[in-house]
Write a protein that binds this ligand. Structure first.
Ligand code: 4AD
Length: 436
Protein backbone atom coordinates (compact mmCIF):
# COMPACT_ATOMS: atom_id res chain seq x y z
CA UNK A 1 0.00 0.00 0.00
CA UNK A 2 1.48 3.26 -1.06
CA UNK A 3 0.36 6.77 -0.08
CA UNK A 4 0.77 9.50 -2.70
CA UNK A 5 0.03 13.15 -2.52
CA UNK A 6 -1.87 14.18 -5.64
CA UNK A 7 0.97 16.44 -6.83
CA UNK A 8 3.66 13.82 -6.38
CA UNK A 9 1.42 11.23 -8.05
CA UNK A 10 0.83 13.48 -11.06
CA UNK A 11 4.55 14.19 -11.37
CA UNK A 12 5.28 10.48 -11.16
CA UNK A 13 2.76 9.60 -13.89
CA UNK A 14 3.78 12.32 -16.29
CA UNK A 15 7.52 12.17 -15.67
CA UNK A 16 9.13 13.67 -18.74
CA UNK A 17 5.96 13.27 -20.81
CA UNK A 18 5.16 16.40 -22.69
CA UNK A 19 2.59 17.35 -25.30
CA UNK A 20 3.99 18.77 -28.52
CA UNK A 21 2.37 22.19 -27.89
CA UNK A 22 4.14 22.45 -24.52
CA UNK A 23 7.45 21.29 -25.98
CA UNK A 24 7.25 23.95 -28.72
CA UNK A 25 6.51 26.63 -26.16
CA UNK A 26 9.27 25.48 -23.83
CA UNK A 27 11.92 28.08 -23.03
CA UNK A 28 14.18 25.62 -21.25
CA UNK A 29 16.73 23.76 -23.33
CA UNK A 30 18.62 20.73 -22.14
CA UNK A 31 15.47 19.23 -20.56
CA UNK A 32 14.77 15.57 -20.97
CA UNK A 33 11.32 14.96 -22.39
CA UNK A 34 9.18 12.18 -23.77
CA UNK A 35 6.89 12.83 -26.74
CA UNK A 36 4.20 10.51 -28.09
CA UNK A 37 2.57 11.19 -31.43
CA UNK A 38 2.48 10.45 -35.14
CA UNK A 39 5.14 11.05 -37.76
CA UNK A 40 4.05 13.78 -40.18
CA UNK A 41 7.17 13.85 -42.33
CA UNK A 42 10.49 12.05 -42.67
CA UNK A 43 13.52 13.77 -44.23
CA UNK A 44 16.74 11.77 -44.40
CA UNK A 45 19.85 13.95 -44.55
CA UNK A 46 23.57 13.19 -44.52
CA UNK A 47 24.10 12.19 -40.88
CA UNK A 48 20.65 12.58 -39.41
CA UNK A 49 17.05 11.77 -40.06
CA UNK A 50 14.66 14.69 -39.50
CA UNK A 51 11.12 13.87 -38.43
CA UNK A 52 8.12 16.07 -37.86
CA UNK A 53 6.04 14.62 -35.05
CA UNK A 54 2.66 15.80 -33.86
CA UNK A 55 0.21 14.60 -31.26
CA UNK A 56 -2.56 16.95 -32.39
CA UNK A 57 -2.06 19.42 -29.55
CA UNK A 58 -0.69 22.03 -31.92
CA UNK A 59 -0.92 23.02 -35.56
CA UNK A 60 2.84 23.02 -35.79
CA UNK A 61 4.71 19.72 -35.46
CA UNK A 62 7.85 19.26 -33.38
CA UNK A 63 11.05 18.64 -35.30
CA UNK A 64 12.89 15.57 -34.07
CA UNK A 65 16.50 14.88 -34.99
CA UNK A 66 17.47 11.20 -35.06
CA UNK A 67 21.21 10.52 -35.22
CA UNK A 68 22.67 7.61 -37.19
CA UNK A 69 23.13 5.59 -33.96
CA UNK A 70 19.35 5.07 -33.77
CA UNK A 71 17.39 2.41 -35.60
CA UNK A 72 15.10 4.41 -37.88
CA UNK A 73 14.16 1.66 -40.33
CA UNK A 74 10.42 1.46 -39.47
CA UNK A 75 9.91 5.21 -39.26
CA UNK A 76 7.43 6.00 -42.01
CA UNK A 77 4.93 8.75 -42.67
CA UNK A 78 1.90 8.13 -40.40
CA UNK A 79 3.46 5.72 -37.90
CA UNK A 80 2.96 6.23 -34.15
CA UNK A 81 6.08 6.91 -32.10
CA UNK A 82 7.27 7.26 -28.53
CA UNK A 83 10.42 9.35 -28.33
CA UNK A 84 12.65 10.45 -25.50
CA UNK A 85 15.37 13.01 -25.93
CA UNK A 86 16.56 16.49 -25.03
CA UNK A 87 14.96 19.72 -26.09
CA UNK A 88 17.62 21.87 -27.74
CA UNK A 89 17.56 25.30 -29.28
CA UNK A 90 16.72 24.88 -32.95
CA UNK A 91 18.95 26.43 -35.63
CA UNK A 92 15.85 26.83 -37.80
CA UNK A 93 13.77 30.03 -37.66
CA UNK A 94 10.58 27.97 -37.92
CA UNK A 95 10.68 26.79 -34.30
CA UNK A 96 12.38 27.66 -31.02
CA UNK A 97 13.28 24.16 -30.06
CA UNK A 98 13.81 20.74 -31.56
CA UNK A 99 14.10 17.33 -29.97
CA UNK A 100 17.44 15.53 -30.13
CA UNK A 101 16.25 11.93 -29.91
CA UNK A 102 17.98 9.44 -27.63
CA UNK A 103 15.41 6.67 -28.01
CA UNK A 104 12.73 6.14 -30.64
CA UNK A 105 10.15 3.42 -30.37
CA UNK A 106 7.69 2.76 -33.17
CA UNK A 107 4.48 2.08 -31.26
CA UNK A 108 2.32 1.48 -34.33
CA UNK A 109 3.72 0.89 -37.80
CA UNK A 110 2.11 2.45 -40.85
CA UNK A 111 2.60 0.71 -44.17
CA UNK A 112 3.30 3.52 -46.66
CA UNK A 113 2.02 1.45 -49.58
CA UNK A 114 -1.43 0.88 -48.07
CA UNK A 115 -1.79 4.20 -46.23
CA UNK A 116 -4.13 6.27 -48.45
CA UNK A 117 -2.23 9.53 -47.86
CA UNK A 118 1.20 9.96 -49.34
CA UNK A 119 3.98 12.08 -47.99
CA UNK A 120 4.48 15.37 -49.85
CA UNK A 121 1.30 14.83 -51.89
CA UNK A 122 -1.59 17.26 -51.80
CA UNK A 123 -4.85 15.36 -51.51
CA UNK A 124 -8.11 16.98 -52.54
CA UNK A 125 -10.99 17.22 -50.05
CA UNK A 126 -12.98 14.94 -52.39
CA UNK A 127 -10.26 12.31 -52.17
CA UNK A 128 -9.89 12.39 -48.39
CA UNK A 129 -13.71 12.28 -47.99
CA UNK A 130 -13.50 8.59 -48.96
CA UNK A 131 -11.66 7.86 -45.71
CA UNK A 132 -13.84 9.23 -42.90
CA UNK A 133 -11.89 7.16 -40.36
CA UNK A 134 -8.51 8.55 -41.45
CA UNK A 135 -9.07 12.01 -42.90
CA UNK A 136 -8.52 13.78 -39.56
CA UNK A 137 -4.84 12.81 -40.02
CA UNK A 138 -4.49 15.16 -43.00
CA UNK A 139 -3.39 18.75 -42.47
CA UNK A 140 -6.31 20.25 -44.35
CA UNK A 141 -9.08 18.34 -42.59
CA UNK A 142 -7.54 18.55 -39.13
CA UNK A 143 -7.23 22.34 -39.58
CA UNK A 144 -10.88 22.49 -40.59
CA UNK A 145 -11.88 20.63 -37.46
CA UNK A 146 -9.86 23.03 -35.33
CA UNK A 147 -11.67 25.98 -36.92
CA UNK A 148 -14.98 24.22 -36.36
CA UNK A 149 -14.16 23.82 -32.69
CA UNK A 150 -13.12 27.50 -32.37
CA UNK A 151 -16.25 28.71 -34.20
CA UNK A 152 -18.41 26.62 -31.91
CA UNK A 153 -16.72 28.10 -28.83
CA UNK A 154 -17.11 31.64 -30.24
CA UNK A 155 -20.83 31.10 -30.77
CA UNK A 156 -21.24 29.85 -27.22
CA UNK A 157 -19.34 32.91 -25.93
CA UNK A 158 -21.49 35.26 -27.99
CA UNK A 159 -24.66 33.95 -26.38
CA UNK A 160 -23.17 33.88 -22.90
CA UNK A 161 -21.86 37.44 -23.25
CA UNK A 162 -25.30 38.58 -24.36
CA UNK A 163 -27.16 36.99 -21.40
CA UNK A 164 -28.79 34.12 -23.26
CA UNK A 165 -29.38 30.89 -21.35
CA UNK A 166 -28.33 27.68 -23.05
CA UNK A 167 -31.06 25.05 -23.17
CA UNK A 168 -30.37 21.43 -24.04
CA UNK A 169 -33.42 20.76 -26.16
CA UNK A 170 -34.31 17.08 -26.67
CA UNK A 171 -33.03 15.03 -29.57
CA UNK A 172 -36.06 12.74 -29.39
CA UNK A 173 -39.38 14.51 -29.70
CA UNK A 174 -42.99 13.85 -30.59
CA UNK A 175 -43.44 17.08 -32.58
CA UNK A 176 -42.76 17.97 -36.20
CA UNK A 177 -41.88 21.61 -35.72
CA UNK A 178 -41.43 22.41 -39.39
CA UNK A 179 -44.29 20.24 -40.65
CA UNK A 180 -42.31 19.44 -43.77
CA UNK A 181 -42.50 15.65 -43.39
CA UNK A 182 -38.73 15.24 -43.13
CA UNK A 183 -38.80 13.23 -39.92
CA UNK A 184 -36.75 10.21 -38.92
CA UNK A 185 -38.88 8.00 -36.72
CA UNK A 186 -37.31 6.55 -33.57
CA UNK A 187 -38.23 3.05 -32.45
CA UNK A 188 -36.44 0.16 -30.78
CA UNK A 189 -34.43 -1.94 -33.20
CA UNK A 190 -35.99 -5.27 -34.15
CA UNK A 191 -39.62 -4.22 -33.87
CA UNK A 192 -41.29 -6.90 -31.74
CA UNK A 193 -44.54 -6.44 -33.63
CA UNK A 194 -46.59 -7.74 -30.74
CA UNK A 195 -50.11 -7.63 -32.10
CA UNK A 196 -51.59 -8.00 -28.59
CA UNK A 197 -49.94 -4.83 -27.39
CA UNK A 198 -52.62 -2.12 -27.45
CA UNK A 199 -49.90 0.54 -27.71
CA UNK A 200 -46.99 -0.56 -29.88
CA UNK A 201 -45.02 2.68 -29.44
CA UNK A 202 -42.03 2.69 -27.07
CA UNK A 203 -42.93 6.21 -25.92
CA UNK A 204 -46.66 5.50 -26.25
CA UNK A 205 -46.70 8.01 -29.11
CA UNK A 206 -44.71 8.07 -32.36
CA UNK A 207 -41.35 9.68 -31.67
CA UNK A 208 -38.86 11.33 -34.01
CA UNK A 209 -35.38 12.80 -34.15
CA UNK A 210 -35.70 16.55 -33.81
CA UNK A 211 -35.89 18.76 -36.92
CA UNK A 212 -35.63 21.90 -34.77
CA UNK A 213 -35.48 22.77 -31.09
CA UNK A 214 -37.60 25.86 -31.67
CA UNK A 215 -40.82 24.78 -29.93
CA UNK A 216 -38.90 23.75 -26.82
CA UNK A 217 -37.04 27.06 -26.91
CA UNK A 218 -40.35 28.90 -27.09
CA UNK A 219 -41.34 27.15 -23.84
CA UNK A 220 -38.13 28.36 -22.22
CA UNK A 221 -38.28 31.90 -23.64
CA UNK A 222 -41.51 32.20 -21.63
CA UNK A 223 -39.42 31.99 -18.47
CA UNK A 224 -35.89 33.12 -19.33
CA UNK A 225 -36.56 35.68 -22.13
CA UNK A 226 -33.45 34.94 -24.19
CA UNK A 227 -32.44 31.33 -24.79
CA UNK A 228 -30.47 29.33 -27.32
CA UNK A 229 -29.62 25.80 -28.22
CA UNK A 230 -26.81 24.37 -30.32
CA UNK A 231 -27.09 20.73 -31.14
CA UNK A 232 -27.62 17.97 -33.66
CA UNK A 233 -30.65 18.29 -35.88
CA UNK A 234 -32.01 15.71 -38.31
CA UNK A 235 -33.79 15.93 -41.62
CA UNK A 236 -34.74 12.99 -43.82
CA UNK A 237 -34.10 15.01 -46.95
CA UNK A 238 -33.46 12.76 -49.87
CA UNK A 239 -30.82 15.07 -51.20
CA UNK A 240 -27.28 14.56 -52.42
CA UNK A 241 -26.75 18.31 -52.71
CA UNK A 242 -23.57 19.98 -51.55
CA UNK A 243 -25.45 21.93 -48.86
CA UNK A 244 -27.74 19.31 -47.28
CA UNK A 245 -27.00 16.78 -44.58
CA UNK A 246 -29.31 14.34 -42.84
CA UNK A 247 -27.62 15.21 -39.52
CA UNK A 248 -26.35 18.73 -39.00
CA UNK A 249 -25.81 21.15 -36.14
CA UNK A 250 -28.19 24.02 -35.71
CA UNK A 251 -27.75 27.15 -33.61
CA UNK A 252 -31.18 28.38 -32.57
CA UNK A 253 -32.13 31.43 -30.56
CA UNK A 254 -35.50 32.49 -29.19
CA UNK A 255 -36.12 35.91 -27.73
CA UNK A 256 -39.17 37.08 -25.81
CA UNK A 257 -40.48 40.64 -26.25
CA UNK A 258 -39.31 40.72 -29.87
CA UNK A 259 -41.80 42.85 -31.71
CA UNK A 260 -40.42 43.28 -35.19
CA UNK A 261 -38.41 41.49 -37.84
CA UNK A 262 -35.90 44.35 -37.55
CA UNK A 263 -35.20 43.29 -33.95
CA UNK A 264 -34.77 39.72 -35.08
CA UNK A 265 -32.44 40.64 -37.94
CA UNK A 266 -30.36 42.75 -35.59
CA UNK A 267 -29.82 39.69 -33.38
CA UNK A 268 -28.66 37.71 -36.42
CA UNK A 269 -26.38 40.48 -37.62
CA UNK A 270 -24.80 40.69 -34.17
CA UNK A 271 -24.18 36.95 -34.15
CA UNK A 272 -22.65 36.54 -37.57
CA UNK A 273 -22.33 39.51 -39.90
CA UNK A 274 -20.09 42.45 -39.47
CA UNK A 275 -20.38 43.59 -43.06
CA UNK A 276 -22.81 44.94 -45.59
CA UNK A 277 -26.13 43.23 -46.15
CA UNK A 278 -29.42 43.91 -47.92
CA UNK A 279 -33.06 43.53 -46.95
CA UNK A 280 -35.77 42.81 -49.53
CA UNK A 281 -39.33 41.57 -49.19
CA UNK A 282 -40.42 38.28 -50.73
CA UNK A 283 -42.68 40.28 -53.06
CA UNK A 284 -39.70 42.38 -54.21
CA UNK A 285 -37.70 39.18 -54.66
CA UNK A 286 -40.41 37.76 -56.95
CA UNK A 287 -40.49 41.02 -58.95
CA UNK A 288 -36.70 40.85 -59.38
CA UNK A 289 -36.85 37.23 -60.55
CA UNK A 290 -39.73 37.86 -62.93
CA UNK A 291 -38.18 40.90 -64.52
CA UNK A 292 -34.85 39.18 -65.08
CA UNK A 293 -33.93 37.69 -68.43
CA UNK A 294 -32.84 34.45 -66.77
CA UNK A 295 -34.61 31.19 -67.65
CA UNK A 296 -35.39 29.56 -64.31
CA UNK A 297 -36.29 25.89 -64.04
CA UNK A 298 -38.72 26.48 -61.17
CA UNK A 299 -41.72 28.76 -60.98
CA UNK A 300 -41.27 32.42 -60.09
CA UNK A 301 -44.95 33.09 -59.48
CA UNK A 302 -45.87 34.82 -56.20
CA UNK A 303 -46.49 32.01 -53.69
CA UNK A 304 -43.70 29.74 -54.94
CA UNK A 305 -40.90 28.53 -52.68
CA UNK A 306 -37.54 30.16 -53.43
CA UNK A 307 -35.26 27.52 -54.94
CA UNK A 308 -31.46 27.42 -54.96
CA UNK A 309 -31.37 28.96 -58.46
CA UNK A 310 -33.55 31.84 -57.24
CA UNK A 311 -31.48 32.38 -54.10
CA UNK A 312 -28.27 32.51 -56.11
CA UNK A 313 -29.73 35.00 -58.54
CA UNK A 314 -31.09 37.24 -55.78
CA UNK A 315 -27.78 37.33 -53.91
CA UNK A 316 -25.92 38.30 -57.10
CA UNK A 317 -28.57 40.85 -58.02
CA UNK A 318 -28.22 42.47 -54.59
CA UNK A 319 -24.47 43.02 -55.00
CA UNK A 320 -23.20 39.61 -53.84
CA UNK A 321 -23.72 40.45 -50.19
CA UNK A 322 -25.92 38.64 -47.65
CA UNK A 323 -29.62 39.31 -48.22
CA UNK A 324 -32.47 39.05 -45.74
CA UNK A 325 -35.71 38.13 -47.50
CA UNK A 326 -38.70 39.06 -45.35
CA UNK A 327 -42.48 38.57 -45.28
CA UNK A 328 -43.07 35.27 -47.06
CA UNK A 329 -46.45 34.03 -48.27
CA UNK A 330 -48.38 32.91 -45.22
CA UNK A 331 -49.11 29.50 -46.69
CA UNK A 332 -45.40 28.79 -47.27
CA UNK A 333 -44.47 29.06 -43.61
CA UNK A 334 -45.17 26.65 -40.74
CA UNK A 335 -48.09 27.09 -38.33
CA UNK A 336 -46.06 29.04 -35.77
CA UNK A 337 -45.18 32.00 -38.05
CA UNK A 338 -46.90 35.28 -37.16
CA UNK A 339 -49.68 36.40 -39.47
CA UNK A 340 -49.00 39.86 -40.95
CA UNK A 341 -52.75 40.07 -41.60
CA UNK A 342 -52.14 41.93 -44.82
CA UNK A 343 -54.41 41.59 -47.84
CA UNK A 344 -54.56 40.67 -50.69
CA UNK A 345 -50.99 39.31 -50.53
CA UNK A 346 -51.25 37.39 -47.29
CA UNK A 347 -47.83 37.11 -45.66
CA UNK A 348 -46.17 35.89 -42.47
CA UNK A 349 -43.48 37.74 -40.51
CA UNK A 350 -40.74 35.33 -41.51
CA UNK A 351 -37.18 36.01 -42.60
CA UNK A 352 -34.55 33.94 -44.39
CA UNK A 353 -30.95 35.00 -44.70
CA UNK A 354 -29.33 34.18 -48.05
CA UNK A 355 -25.56 34.38 -48.41
CA UNK A 356 -23.22 34.24 -51.42
CA UNK A 357 -22.23 30.73 -52.59
CA UNK A 358 -24.12 28.96 -49.80
CA UNK A 359 -27.73 30.14 -50.23
CA UNK A 360 -29.99 29.95 -47.18
CA UNK A 361 -27.99 30.24 -43.98
CA UNK A 362 -30.71 31.18 -41.49
CA UNK A 363 -34.45 30.84 -41.16
CA UNK A 364 -36.49 32.67 -38.57
CA UNK A 365 -39.77 34.36 -37.81
CA UNK A 366 -41.88 36.20 -35.31
CA UNK A 367 -44.08 33.60 -33.68
CA UNK A 368 -47.87 33.84 -33.57
CA UNK A 369 -48.44 34.89 -29.97
CA UNK A 370 -52.17 35.60 -30.34
CA UNK A 371 -54.20 32.70 -28.98
CA UNK A 372 -57.18 33.14 -31.28
CA UNK A 373 -55.16 33.26 -34.52
CA UNK A 374 -52.88 30.40 -33.54
CA UNK A 375 -55.81 28.30 -32.46
CA UNK A 376 -57.53 28.86 -35.81
CA UNK A 377 -54.45 27.95 -37.77
CA UNK A 378 -53.82 24.78 -35.80
CA UNK A 379 -57.48 23.80 -36.14
CA UNK A 380 -57.25 24.37 -39.90
CA UNK A 381 -54.22 22.04 -40.04
CA UNK A 382 -55.93 19.45 -37.81
CA UNK A 383 -53.18 19.89 -35.19
CA UNK A 384 -55.07 21.47 -32.31
CA UNK A 385 -54.97 18.38 -30.09
CA UNK A 386 -51.29 17.72 -30.75
CA UNK A 387 -50.33 21.27 -29.85
CA UNK A 388 -52.59 21.85 -26.86
CA UNK A 389 -49.52 22.57 -24.73
CA UNK A 390 -48.25 25.06 -27.32
CA UNK A 391 -51.59 26.88 -27.25
CA UNK A 392 -51.36 27.02 -23.46
CA UNK A 393 -48.16 29.06 -23.81
CA UNK A 394 -50.42 31.70 -25.41
CA UNK A 395 -52.96 31.45 -22.59
CA UNK A 396 -50.54 32.03 -19.76
CA UNK A 397 -48.51 35.22 -20.06
CA UNK A 398 -48.02 35.22 -23.83
CA UNK A 399 -45.66 37.86 -25.23
CA UNK A 400 -44.53 38.83 -28.74
CA UNK A 401 -41.47 36.74 -29.46
CA UNK A 402 -39.35 35.42 -32.27
CA UNK A 403 -36.28 33.45 -33.11
CA UNK A 404 -34.11 31.97 -35.78
CA UNK A 405 -32.01 28.95 -36.63
CA UNK A 406 -28.64 28.95 -38.34
CA UNK A 407 -27.13 25.85 -39.91
CA UNK A 408 -23.68 25.59 -38.33
CA UNK A 409 -22.12 23.69 -41.26
CA UNK A 410 -23.47 26.24 -43.73
CA UNK A 411 -21.96 28.96 -41.56
CA UNK A 412 -18.60 27.16 -41.75
CA UNK A 413 -18.87 26.89 -45.55
CA UNK A 414 -19.44 30.61 -45.55
CA UNK A 415 -16.50 31.64 -43.39
CA UNK A 416 -14.14 29.12 -44.96
CA UNK A 417 -15.20 29.72 -48.56
CA UNK A 418 -15.65 25.98 -49.05
CA UNK A 419 -18.00 24.31 -51.45
CA UNK A 420 -19.21 21.04 -49.96
CA UNK A 421 -20.97 20.67 -46.60
CA UNK A 422 -19.55 17.14 -46.22
CA UNK A 423 -16.10 18.70 -45.75
CA UNK A 424 -16.94 20.69 -42.62
CA UNK A 425 -18.45 18.00 -40.39
CA UNK A 426 -16.41 15.22 -38.73
CA UNK A 427 -18.72 12.42 -39.92
CA UNK A 428 -21.15 13.29 -42.70
CA UNK A 429 -24.57 11.63 -42.85
CA UNK A 430 -26.65 12.03 -45.99
CA UNK A 431 -28.99 9.90 -48.04
CA UNK A 432 -27.41 6.53 -48.88
CA UNK A 433 -24.39 7.26 -46.72
CA UNK A 434 -23.86 6.55 -43.03
CA UNK A 435 -20.23 5.43 -42.95
CA UNK A 436 -18.83 4.41 -39.56
O1 4AD B 1 -35.04 27.28 -42.14
P1 4AD B 1 -35.09 26.16 -41.16
O2 4AD B 1 -35.85 24.95 -41.55
O3 4AD B 1 -35.65 26.80 -39.81
C1 4AD B 1 -36.04 26.11 -38.72
O4 4AD B 1 -35.89 24.94 -38.51
C2 4AD B 1 -36.59 27.02 -37.65
N1 4AD B 1 -37.45 26.23 -36.78
C3 4AD B 1 -35.43 27.61 -36.88
C4 4AD B 1 -35.87 28.54 -35.80
O5 4AD B 1 -36.52 29.53 -36.08
N2 4AD B 1 -35.50 28.26 -34.56
O6 4AD B 1 -33.61 25.71 -40.80
C5 4AD B 1 -32.69 26.65 -40.28
C6 4AD B 1 -31.34 26.50 -40.95
C7 4AD B 1 -31.36 26.70 -42.46
O7 4AD B 1 -31.37 28.06 -42.81
C8 4AD B 1 -30.07 26.01 -42.87
O8 4AD B 1 -28.94 26.83 -42.66
C9 4AD B 1 -30.00 24.85 -41.88
O9 4AD B 1 -30.83 25.17 -40.79
N3 4AD B 1 -30.45 23.61 -42.51
C10 4AD B 1 -29.64 22.63 -42.94
N4 4AD B 1 -28.30 22.52 -42.92
C11 4AD B 1 -27.76 21.39 -43.44
N5 4AD B 1 -28.49 20.37 -43.94
C12 4AD B 1 -29.84 20.43 -43.98
N6 4AD B 1 -30.55 19.40 -44.45
C13 4AD B 1 -30.47 21.60 -43.46
N7 4AD B 1 -31.76 22.00 -43.31
C14 4AD B 1 -31.72 23.21 -42.73
Amino acid sequence: FCRWSSKVFQRHCSRMKMRVSDALASKETGTNVRIQGWVRSVRPQKDNLFLNVNDGSSLQPLQVVAGSHLNTRDLTFGCAVDITGTLEKSPSKKQNVELQAQRIEVVGECNPVDFPFKIKERHSLEYVRQFPHLRCRTNAFSSLLRIRSEASAAIQSFFRDNSYLQIHTPVITSNDCEGAGELFQVKPAGDKNDSDDPNPHFFSVPAYLTVSGQLHLEVMAGAFSAVYTFGPTFRAENSQSRRHLAEFYMVEAEIAFTESLDDLMKDQVDLMLKRKFNIISYTEAIDILKSSSQNFTFSTEWGCDLQTEHEKFLVKHCGNVPVFVINYPYELKPFYARDNQDQPKHTAAAVDLLVPEVGELCGGSLREERLELLSQRLAHAGLKDTYEWYLQLREFGSVPHGGFGMGFERYLLCILGLHNIKDVIPFARFSHSCLL
